[in-house]
Design a protein around this ligand. Structure first.
Ligand code: SAM
Length: 296
């Protein structure tokens, strides 16, 4: 993959040394379509048999019983199905299914999805709580907000308060049981041979400033004892571990170890012990996950 800028290759090399070739190979792979069943509307068994009847070849996903890998079709073919048109399935990358699973949303919990569009994870949070969590989904970009609203409505997700606003301006008196901060990032884990790479050192440093501010704000809005998931689709340590290092101790957050037994099929890169850095490969995009508890 020659399109990756030299500065990025150098950074991957600095961070991951021996794994550079593995990362570059992973980024150049075309991944199969993956989807999550919207169990608010249909059971996994019903969706599975409908897909098989239509001729789709299906594989299960080790860490998520309601998700499938489609081995023999493009997104556009899935998008023509009644299942898709009725919002009974949602096309979503495997890596991006991980943060809501880590958040473990429960019935009655008051949850903030801080940077939410286009809304795959907002809908997943609701689905995982059986439609019983109270979600505030915030997005500052109007066009992306409209997409979020469309997806939430199409998936029939209940109890969601949609806010088209800058999350940094949310009232400091608000308090949430749990927060997902799926932060805006350089996207260094999701580069693909078909799309020109737009990452520059300036873009990365701008993202880092925003990520730190959003994480500080998230910790303000979280109840004491509450849980926060910080995730990015970047594998640059500047946007991940370094952001945590800069913010957590001074903002009352503490890293909680992630139970990796739940995610044994997820390919990992070396990183901070409590966190997970997903290595891009033939199934997964590059991704980063941290579970944080507010201790004071
Ligand atoms: N969680 C989303 C999903 O799974 O569909 C993807 C979120 S995307 C990685 C980050 C989003 O954050 C973008 O839509 C971006 O417009 C939004 N964003 C960036 N800065 C923001 C801010 N200060 N307040 C609210 N949203 C913001």
């Amino acid at each position: 993959m020659d399109l990756i800028p030299e500065f990025l290759k150098d950074t991957f090399n600095r961070h991951y040394g021996d794994n550079l070739a593995r990362i570059l190979a992973g980024l150049s792979m075309t991944r199969p379509v993956t989807l999550r069943v919207n169990t608010l509307k249909i059971s996994s068994e019903q969706a599975k048999s409908a897909l098989i009847k239509m001729g789709f070849k299906i594989k299960p996903v080790g860490f998520y019983a309601d998700a499938f890998i489609i081995e023999n079709a493009k997104e556009s073919e899935l998008q023509k199905t009644e299942l898709y048109l009725r919002g009974e399935i949602y096309l979503q990358s495997l890596s991006s299914m991980l943060p809501p699973l880590l958040l473990e949303p429960k019935s009655g919990e008051n949850i903030l999805d801080m940077t939410a569009a286009p809304g795959g994870k907002t809908c997943e949070i609701s689905v995982l709580s059986g439609g019983e969590s109270l979600i505030t989904a915030c997005e500052r970009d109007k066009i992306r907000f409209d997409r979020l609203k469309y997806n939430v409505q199409k998936q029939g997700v209940p109890r969601v308060n949609l806010l088209c606003t800058d999350a940094l301006k949310l009232d400091d008196f608000l308090r949430f049981d749990k927060i997902l901060l799926d932060a805006p990032c350089s996207g260094s884990g999701t580069l693909s041979p078909d799309v020109p790479v737009k990452i520059s050192p300036k873009l990365v440093s701008n993202c880092v400033v925003l990520q730190k501010n959003l994480l500080k704000k998230a910790l303000k809005l979280l109840k004491k004892g509450g849980m926060l998931v910080y995730s990015t689709c970047s594998i640059l340590k500047e946007e991940n571990e370094n952001v945590l290092d800069a913010v957590l101790s001074q903002s009352g957050g503490e890293l909680m170890p992630i139970d990796k037994n739940r995610f044994t099929c997820v390919p990992e890169l070396d990183g901070m012990a409590e966190t997970v850095t997903v290595c891009p490969d033939e199934l997964f995009e590059g991704f980063f996950l941290a579970l944080i508890k507010k201790i004071k």
